[in-house]
Design a protein around this ligand. Structure first.
Ligand SMILES: C[S@@+](CC[C@H](N)C(=O)[O-])C[C@H]1O[C@@H](n2cnc3c(N)ncnc32)[C@H](O)[C@@H]1O
Length: 292
């Protein structure tokens, strides 16, 4: 880890403000909602075939926003089959929000929820050592593999838990996104947090290939308006720059050379396009559907 600055993750308050600003300036959630409501249902068409119960494992399910959208799709495909939805999520606050969401959402009858406050690695260790390994019809890992240390081992563990017709759904930033380009150029100069790896869907696809796991890839178009990053003294611009570089107070902490280089890369056509006077960063996501 570089010592010239702290990672944004080490300041939870600033991270949360930056993340909220990111969501309000990007089409990230809209892109996921469009995918889950449009292209995903046919891809999950057979997961409940011949089953008495559909078992879904959400790994890093966060506050459950996307989970409930996925459940609604599975429910409408299989209205008569009970669903068992288990969540592996280390953050207690996220679990509390998830529970609140479930309590205030209509139409979840016939879905059983269980939360395990643990990481993917802890889940693997607990279920393996206690011999509680079980099969799943859908396992999803959405925007969370950045936080897993041994990605090949994690992928191969969950792949081994797939039942017949089951799928793993992985969503991460796309290998063609501005993120992947920025990390290639500057990943080694930024304060790499032990808890966050600069991985994109391209790295995951390579790991799946190397492990002999079959998958299909789907691009989810999304952008992020980063125009404010180029306005000297803009508070929002500085917060967005922190989010893009995972660095606390990047504008003040970075050397002039590094700051100029990052800003130039952000404007590079490999990262962004200019449209209607705005600089739009390529925030494309990629969904990988892995088969047994
Ligand atoms: C960016 S959020 C994504 C939440 C949700 N999947 C979504 O897309 O809305 C990442 C989540 O992964 C969780 N997480 C972090 N490290 C993890 C690990 N090692 N195993 C499982 N979950 C983890 C975090 O607590 C957080 O809730």
């Amino acid at each position: 880890m570089s010592l010239w600055a702290r990672s944004l993750g080490s300041e939870p308050g600033r991270y949360l403000r930056a993340f909220r600003l990111f969501l309000s300036r990007s089409s990230e959630h809209q892109a996921m909602q469009a995918f889950v409501g449009g292209r995903l249902p046919p891809l999950l068409h057979s997961i409940g075939e011949g089953k008495e119960e559909i078992n879904i494992l959400s790994v890093g399910g966060g506050a459950g926003e996307i989970d409930l959208l996925i459940l609604a799709q599975v429910r409408s495909r299989y209205p008569d089959i009970p669903i068992n939805n288990e969540v592996v999520e280390p953050n207690a606050e996220q679990i509390a929000k998830y529970k609140e969401r479930v309590a205030t959402t209509a139409g979840l009858e016939g879905i059983r929820f269980t939360w395990h406050q643990e990481t993917a690695e802890e889940y693997q260790h607990r279920t393996t050592t206690s011999r509680q390994l079980r099969k799943w019809d859908l396992i999803h890992l959405i925007q969370m593999l950045y936080y897993v240390k041994d990605i090949p081992a994690t992928l191969s563990f969950f792949h081994g838990l797939l039942d017949a017709n089951a799928r793993i759904l992985i969503i991460l930033v796309s290998g063609s996104s501005g993120w992947a380009h920025l990390w290639k150029q500057y990943g080694t100069s930024l304060p790499r947090d032990d808890l966050c790896l600069y991985v994109s869907a391209a790295d995951i696809a390579a790991a799946l290939d190397a492990g002999g796991m079959r998958f299909q890839s789907h691009e989810l178009p999304s952008d992020l308006d980063i125009s404010d990053c180029f306005t000297e003294g803009s508070g929002d611009g500085e917060l967005l720059l922190d989010f893009l570089t995972e660095t606390c107070n990047f504008s003040k902490a970075a050397s002039p050379v590094l700051k100029a280089g990052v800003l130039e890369t952000l404007r590079d056509p490999a990262c962004s396009i200019c449209s209607d006077g705005k600089v739009l960063f390529n925030n494309n996501l990629e969904a990988l559907m892995v088969a047994p």
